[in-house]
Design a protein around this ligand. Structure first.
Ligand SMILES: Nc1ncnc2c1ncn2[C@@H]1O[C@H](COP(=O)(O)OP(=O)(O)OP(=O)(O)O)[C@@H](O)[C@H]1O
Ligand SMILES: Nc1ncnc2c1ncn2[C@@H]1O[C@H](COP(=O)(O)OP(=O)(O)OP(=O)(O)O)[C@@H](O)[C@H]1O
Ligand SMILES: [Mg+2]
Ligand SMILES: [Mg+2]
Lengths: 254, 254
């Protein structure tokens, strides 16, 4: 099944919100997903109530080659599974360097331990193009790129495009990579201008589904829940459901 | 005059928007500010129309000890001055390592070149606690921390607190560090709950001024302008003006 990296080096575009709610939507449809938190700030882990005090219990100990991934899996509040992050994970970005071994370690671990057999994996990236995010992209066969409906995020799309094309070249492997607009506020003229601009630039790579700016999506982390548990009737919940419909129809999940 | 780092390792909380509009407000009051872009994604440089194609013309060449800061200063569209960033700046975070020399280099450069004489400096940080952000904090005598009015940003406040206290300890020097709520939407119950929570936690360190969620602030980058030039009558413009009033009254700018 799919190994999905939720990537965008721009901050605050909805990577964690998308990882959380897409994983929750997958779980509710019986896909049995595993999410992996690759952000040293560990926001996904926090929302899932899977925060760990010791880095040994986080994905950092896998990068240190101390523990296998399978041993680090924990239950998330929503009922699915998560491998938590920890603040020490930032050492991977700063001191391990960019040797090909580190970049491929997560990929090899997932393959060797059959972590992906019969279930999709969803990886939350941090807002930086470093070893952590690159190892997530190397471990993925698809990348979902959330882009918030504002100009600084659109400015970041250039860089994302360049990076992913370069990586495709390096890996000699086509990477399915849809972009999804998030925080879309239909009352703003700017939101619609941005949709037009991205449609023109990305064509079919732009998802038809857009995630609306919806307070339920911002509130749910406070009670350690995904939006389906927090506000099942909300626009945010139906948007992430619709996004999953579209991704399934596009063969992005199989 | 003040050397201000705009810092928060959480992504998308309004660091660049605050650097841009606070610097513009300072310029309009005759303070002659210099802004420094320390984010490899160079969003501030982009808005200021100071994007450079060669890293030699960016602050990266200062970190490489090739050019002095003074040579890298350029005019920003708003009429003030900016030292641009460049994507190669990410090498500072990943390969230069955390030796005390690198961390103090920007500080020493500003002091040695008298960059700060008679004018404030405002530094835009990237969403990561690495060498770049730390060198900005080391080069600053005050830190302004934007916190967007949502729970994941509030979650990040813990880490910011810990980091700044540890640095105060290391430098044996009290660091004035107000927090300013951004993207405040008065119609949301969540916004008000967050204000109460942060007031209780931060006391006087929380600015009374809050920056409203205002589309003018999100639109201005598209025309390479600050909010005063783009929409002088907007709520966003008056909020950043009011924020500057409060900071001046608190002695944060002198
Ligand atoms: N569609 C939405 N409607 C309302 N709020 C949203 C929406 N998407 C995200 N948010 C809120 O915006 C903030 C930023 O989102 P999030 O943290 O998911 O982005 P991110 O890309 O993971 O950030 P970072 O780069 O820091 O990891 C969060 O507080 C989140 O709750
Ligand atoms: N008060 C506000 N009202 C409306 N939009 C805002 C406001 N503040 C910021 N924005 C928009 O939200 C997005 C994120 O803000 P910004 O890029 O300034 O945050 P940042 O902390 O610098 O992000 P990064 O961590 O990626 O550097 C931008 O598109 C910006 O235009
Ligand atoms: Mg995140
Ligand atoms: Mg920024």
């Amino acid at each position: 099944m799919a190994k999905i990296a939720i990537f965008n080096q721009k901050g605050g575009v909805g990577k964690t919100t998308t990882t959380l709610n897409l994983t929750a939507a997958l779980a509710r449809r019986g896909y049995n997903p595993l999410s992996i938190d690759l952000d040293p700030q560990a926001h996904l882990s926090f929302v899932c109530k899977a925060t760990v005090s010791h880095s040994d219990d986080s994905v950092f100990s896998f990068y240190q080659q101390v523990r296998p991934l399978t041993q680090l899996i924990r239950p998330a509040t929503g009922g699915w599974l998560v491998i938590p992050a920890h603040v020490e994970l930032s050492k991977v970005d700063t001191s391990f360097g960019k040797g090909p071994n580190v970049l491929n370690r997560l990929n090899q671990g997932i393959v060797k331990e059959n972590l992906n057999t019969g279930r999709p994996i969803v990886m939350d990236c941090c807002p930086m193009l470093g070893v952590l995010s690159l190892s997530a992209i190397f471990a993925s066969d698809r990348v979902l790129i959330p882009v918030s409906a504002d100009y600084l995020a659109v400015q970041g799309v250039h860089s994302v495009e360049r990076v992913l094309r370069a990586l495709e070249h390096v890996r000699n492997k086509r990477l399915q990579r849809p972009y999804v607009i998030t925080r879309f506020d239909t009352r703003r003229k700017m939101s619609h201008q941005i949709v037009d601009e991205l449609k023109a630039r990305l064509g079919d790579e732009l998802c038809k589904t857009r995630i609306s700016e919806n307070v339920a999506l911002a509130e749910s982390p406070a009670s350690h829940r995904d939006v389906f548990a927090h506000a099942p009737g909300s626009r945010g919940a139906s948007d992430y459901d619709t996004l999953l419909d579209e991704l399934v129809a596009e063969g992005f999940i199989e």
